[in-house]
Design a protein around this ligand. Structure first.
Ligand code: CAA
Length: 381
């Protein structure tokens, strides 16, 4: 057993860290403040090749796996959690949909554009009445008589929904069964009837865009049915297994940023005639943060490694997501505490980290849903 990252991943990590510190960190506070989509950051990521990191080389990507993607996402999130979630959804949910479930023609048509960063991908599962109970979705897909479908409905909480070019949409093709009547579709944002609606005003990750999307009689040709008709719920959950490793990685990046900022501040800030890092009360906070980050990182790399081996990873992805998101929440709270009053102001980035961390316990399956997945797997249910 070897716990060291191989040389190529050390180089990837160092390159991503340098890029994130230079290109993302200086823009993160302004995107958060203005609630503007991380356009410049996304473009810079595309130029670096991050947008195609896990897309096979045959389709213009770098052909790297889930461990490499996690390494990259951790570094992006350490500088800008909003860019990291945009990238995580683009790679882990949208591009992976094609890589894992697309046919050859679909891959050839869409993957090169997604890999270059020319196109941005999104994933549309949730609706007003179907969040945790994802299979309750009602967006309707009616056969058009020529093998294609007409989509009608509204999707909610769609990351990058107003900037994406290709959206993986889940819609109901049969009323006969709840989970066995859902189909996945590849929808182009430019098609008639597709539009972005209300933009959410969020607590954190405000540089990423989260919107409602409306499908008003959107015609989807049969070539854009992803996988088999009525078998889309398995596609949705299979993708979320990988997506959750991405969110665990994002959470780890936020947690690491909290620890880094706290170590720096604790060594600089003096009280009672000495740096506050010399006080045991502060040292124990730093130690607990470091411990939890290491534990969550091991869980995350294990899930990513299993995925790269082509082995089942549902349980491990949920464990990684649950633990890393709790870790981010804990580290963000402690980082604000270490900074004292300063941490409660926008003068220091930990205020943003505190708001950004919260969502990691909510999206791509709440902590409660991760517990449910782990419990079912443990009970063999
Ligand atoms: N992979 C593939 N198939 C799976 C699966 C998996 N991980 N887990 C279950 N399935 C299959 C089951 O085998 C079953 O198939 P059969 O009917 O053929 O036996 C089918 O899916 C239904 O399974 P369940 O009965 O377990 O389904 P359920 O209705 O009880 O739901 C759930 C399970 C875990 C609660 C699921 O609904 C869930 O994960 N909910 C959370 C939804 C979620 O994470 N949403 C995130 C939105 S996307 C987002 O946030 C992205 C963003 O923009 C940042």
């Amino acid at each position: 057993m070897n716990f060291d990252l191989p040389e190529d991943l050390v180089a990837l990590r160092d390159g991503a860290r340098e890029f994130a510190e230079k290109e993302l960190a200086p823009r993160a506070a302004a995107s958060d403040e203005a609630e503007t989509f991380v356009e410049a950051q996304w473009k810079a990521c595309g130029e670096q090749g991050w947008a195609g990191l896990s897309i096979p080389e045959a389709y213009g990507g770098a052909g790297l796996g889930s461990v490499a993607t996690s390494v990259m996402l951790q570094e992006l999130a350490r500088a800008c959690a909003a860019t990291a979630v945009t990238m995580s959804v683009h790679l882990g949910l949208a591009s992976s949909a094609l890589v894992l479930y697309g046919n050859e023609a679909q891959k050839q048509k869409y993957l090169p554009r997604l890999a270059s960063g020319e196109w941005l991908g999104a994933y549309a599962l949730s609706e007003a009445g179907s969040g945790s109970d994802a299979a309750a979705l009602r967006c309707a897909a009616t056969p058009d008589g020529a093998g294609g479908f007409v989509l009608d409905g509204t999707k909610l909480w769609i990351t990058s929904g107003d900037h994406a070019d290709l959206i993986v949409v889940f819609a109901r093709t049969s009323q006969a069964s709840k989970s066995k009547g859902i189909t996945a579709f590849l929808v182009e944002a430019a098609w008639p009837g597709f539009s972005a609606g209300k933009k959410e005003k969020k607590m954190g990750i405000r540089g990423s865009s989260t919107v409602e999307i409306r499908l008003d009689r959107v015609k989807v040709p049969k070539e854009n049915v992803l996988g088999e008709v009525d078998k889309g719920f398995g596609v949705a959950l299979g993708l979320l297994d990988g997506g959750r490793i991405g969110i665990a990685s994002q959470a780890l990046g936020i947690a690491q940023a909290c620890l880094d900022a706290s170590v720096k501040y604790a060594q600089e800030r003096e009280q009672f005639g000495q740096p506050i890092a010399s006080f045991q009360s502060i040292q124990w906070k730093l130690a607990e943060m470091a411990l939890r980050i290491d534990a969550a990182r091991l869980l995350t790399f294990r899930a990513a490694w299993l995925k790269d081996q082509g082995r089942p990873h549902t349980r491990e992805a949920s464990m990684a997501k649950l633990d890393a998101s709790r870790c981010a929440d804990f580290c963000a709270k402690e980082a604000v505490q270490v900074h004292g009053g300063a941490g409660y102001t926008k003068e220091f980035p930990v205020e943003r980290f505190f708001r950004d961390a919260r969502i990691t316990e909510i999206y791509e399956g709440t902590t409660e849903i991760q517990n449910l997945v782990i419990a079912r797997q443990t009970l063999g249910a």
